[in-house]
Ligand binder design. Structure first.
Ligand code: ADP
Ligand code: MG
Length: 244
């Protein structure tokens, strides 16, 4: 479903180069769930943004279901339609109701009629357990509810892949579980997912593979049972000692 080959993304940080993603290659099969972990600044968000076509690649390639981002002939908007993304800070439109948040891209991008997009929106709100909040504004919802709205909004576009960038990091602890439960359900239904998260329980339970990044390099790519019990790289070993 996803193929990343020799991906490099360099930033210019006040005159010196930061190799935010440094020659990363990996593949994600349809229905696979990847959890990406690593210290702050290790390139996790940049990696996700490259998968979503939000960053210009410096070299290498990224493709989703055969659509190659590095190919100048690829329509980046068409590519991005296939990818749903959920951020730490929800990024809901504050001046729109929950229902309107879920309908906007369906209208503009998918050109769906009102009845169809509202039916889709309501079905997905029910799926994430907040059907009764359709007509509320986001500010009236808890953080956990807002994040579930953000997930439902992404799902309205029927993406082939869902990317999550620390979806529970901004939440009060008592709301983390409800968001992880929605993600777990999606995984069980066969969604292809790449999740940056510090939730090691989720990684152990749900991930097919864990990817460990440090300084832009992909240092480990292993099933959780292997990664958590016998990480190969010394930096992965040190990281796990801190977080477990
Ligand atoms: P993580 O998500 O693992 O914390 P990031 O992908 O956000 O890491 O950042 C990786 C590196 O790239 C860091 O050194 C960060 O400072 C740098 N970086 C990220 N985005 C930019 C940017 N837009 N401009 C300059 N440097 C950036
Ligand atoms: Mg990040």
């Amino acid at each position: 479903m996803i193929e990343v080959r020799d991906l490099v993304k360099v930033f210019d940080a006040r005159g010196h180069e930061v190799r935010a993603v440094d020659n990363v290659s990996t593949k994600v099969a349809r229905g696979e769930v990847l959890v990406v972990i690593g210290p702050s600044g290790s390139g996790k968000s940049t990696f996700l943004r490259c998968l979503n076509g939000l960053e210009q690649l410096d070299s290498g390639s990224v493709s989703i279901d055969g659509l190659d981002l590095a190919n100048p002939k690829t329509d980046v908007n068409a590519y991005r339609r296939e990818v749903g993304m959920v951020f730490q800070h929800f990024n809901l439109f504050p001046h729109m109701t929950v229902l309107e948040n879920l309908c906007l891209a369906q209208k503009v991008v998918r050109k769906r009629g009102k009845a169809e997009r509202e039916a889709k929106a309501r079905a997905l709100l029910a799926k994430v357990g907040i059907a009764q909040k359709a007509d509320e504004y986001p500010s009236r919802l808890s953080g956990g509810q807002q994040q579930r709205v953000a997930i439902a909004r992404a799902l309205c576009m029927e993406p082939k892949v869902m990317l999550f960038d620390e979806p529970t990091s901004a939440l009060d602890p008592e709301m983390v579980g409800e968001v992880l439960d929605v993600m777990k359900q999606l995984a069980l239904e066969g969604m292809t997912m790449v999740c940056v998260t510090h939730e090691m329980g989720f990684a152990r339970e749900v991930a097919d593979r864990v990817l460990f990044f440090d300084h832009g390099k992909l240092l480990e790519d292993a099933p959780p049972a292997q990664f958590f019990t016998q990480p190969q790289d010394p930096r992965a070993q040190a990281f796990l000692k801190q977080v477990l």
